[in-house]
Design a protein around this ligand. Structure first.
Ligand code: UD1
Length: 420
């Protein structure tokens, strides 16, 4: 199994190109199932989760190919759906596979998707997706570990109230509603930038979606969607991660294509912690040379502090002056990085869904391993700041969501090596 060997203590300096957002690319790829005409996507990151979605779409009948001469260019074309079943073997590798449910149901009147089951960061049910499909007139049946949704006479527009602003449920229902008969209103919708990106793409294909980015999304159903070309928005989580890499090493990084407005409350917390952030036309710069101050943070749906940056921010706080408290409100079990950070010398106490951190003068290298994508990268950040050598194990998690992580970091001065 591959691992990363990291020699810490080098302030990072230079520029990093931020990739397209994984969490936008996955639903955008699923959109290709809604139309018989080709969908051309640009700026798709080359990460393992995109590979999983690619394989799933092929199983369902889509043709997928890279766009010649355009890194990150992808053409997906599904003239006819050949299979309506997303198998366990793919869904268990990537929860976002459930995003094919809405498009398949809308186009075919029937879909079957393996239940994703538990994951490292909590139980993560899909009840809100299913209740929403029922509101649109689908019959839902759970058996043999699969969810089967049927709407033989097509979906009918309806008002759907989400009790929680679930990103995946908002996306799944928004996609399904584009081909439903009549008007759908999603109340209490998630407002993440990836949802706005998805709405832009759907509208370019001929859908009528309004209000994405607000808590009330209105979709007027249309009989069919056509072809489109769409550029995936930059990855705000990757940008935030590298901004924190600059900060934790006391360095300075220019993050090409990245947008501060997509960071929401994370931007404010970084500023409060003493990180300088400057937006330029082609990206923003993060400068951590002034040192770090402990600040409290609590995760919330967008534009609140992103749960996907919580672990990285905790790594930062382990070497800040003073104490801080980080509270996780989105997922119930998202502190698996804590004992691993402690192995590097961090002082953290967890109580319920809060972690109390006392900043230390320096971390010390050690072998560590992680259980999910963002926890893994928080260990990479901590190792970049630690004195001596660290080994980060189980990095297949990183490959799920960070394109060329070590290559990008080596180019700005980090001493990282991947060993098999
Ligand atoms: C997406 C992101 C993930 C991010 C998360 C929260 C993708 C591919 N993944 O995941 O990186 O961490 O948003 O920003 O975009 N919930 C239910 N029932 C449901 C659906 C969700 O109870 O049917 C709960 C979840 O358990 C969780 C909360 O709602 O506690 C938010 O989950 P959700 O926004 O749906 O996350 P995902 O879309 O799975």
């Amino acid at each position: 199994m591959d691992r990363l060997v990291i020699k810490g203590g080098v302030p990072l300096d230079g520029a990093i190109e931020v990739s397209g957002a994984k969490n936008a690319a996955l639903p955008l790829m699923a959109v290709s199932l809604l139309s018989a005409e080709p969908l051309e996507l640009r700026n798709v990151p080359d990460v393992a989760d995109v590979g999983s979605m690619w394989r799933l779409l092929q199983v369902l009948g889509a043709e997928a190919r890279h766009l010649a001469g355009s890194p990150g260019g992808l053409v997906l074309h599904c003239p006819a759906v050949l299979d309506r079943k997303a198998p366990y073997d793919i869904v268990r590798r990537m929860r976002a596979s459930v995003l094919v449910l809405g498009p398949l149901l809308a186009r075919e009147g029937e879909a079957e998707v393996s239940l994703p089951g538990g994951c490292a960061i909590g139980t993560r049910p899909i009840d809100l997706h299913l209740a929403g499909f029922e509101r649109l007139g689908a019959e839902i049946d759970l058996s043999g570990g699969y969810v089967r949704a049927r709407a033989p006479n097509g979906l009918k527009g309806a008002e759907i109230r989400l009790s929680q602003p679930s990103v995946g449920a908002t996306e799944n229902l928004m996609m399904a509603a584009t081909l439903a008969d009549g008007e759908t209103v999603i109340v209490g919708a998630a407002r993440e930038p990836e949802i706005v990106d998805l709405a832009h793409c759907l509208n370019a294909m001929g859908a009528k979606v309004e209000g994405a980015g607000t808590a009330r999304i209105r979709v007027e159903g249309v009989p069919r969607l056509g072809a489109a070309t769409h550029r995936v928005l930059p990855d705000r989580i990757e940008a935030g991660t590298y901004a924190m890499a600059a900060a934790i090493t006391g360095g300075r990084l220019h993050l090409k294509h990245a947008r501060l407005d997509l960071l929401g409350a994370v931007r404010d917390k970084l500023l409060e912690a003493g990180v300088r952030l400057d937006q330029a036309e082609d990206g923003f710069t993060a400068d951590g040379s002034a040192g770090l101050q402990g600040v409290d943070a609590m995760t919330h749906p967008f534009p609140g502090f992103a749960t996907d940056l919580q672990a990285q921010f905790m790594a930062l706080m382990t070497v800040a002056r003073g104490a801080s408290m980080i509270t996780e409100t989105i997922f119930e079990n998202r502190f698996m990085h804590v004992p691993e950070l402690a192995r590097l010398g961090a002082r953290i106490v967890v109580q319920g869904n809060s972690a109390m951190i006392r900043g230390v003068d320096s971390l010390r290298g050690a072998p560590v391993m992680a259980t999910d994508l963002r926890a893994s990268v928080s260990l990479v950040l901590a190792a970049l700041a630690a004195e001596g050598e660290s080994e980060v194990n189980r990095i297949y998690h990183l490959d799920r969501g960070y394109e060329g992580l070590e290559k990008k970091l080596v180019a700005v001065g980090a001493r990282i090596e991947r060993v098999s």
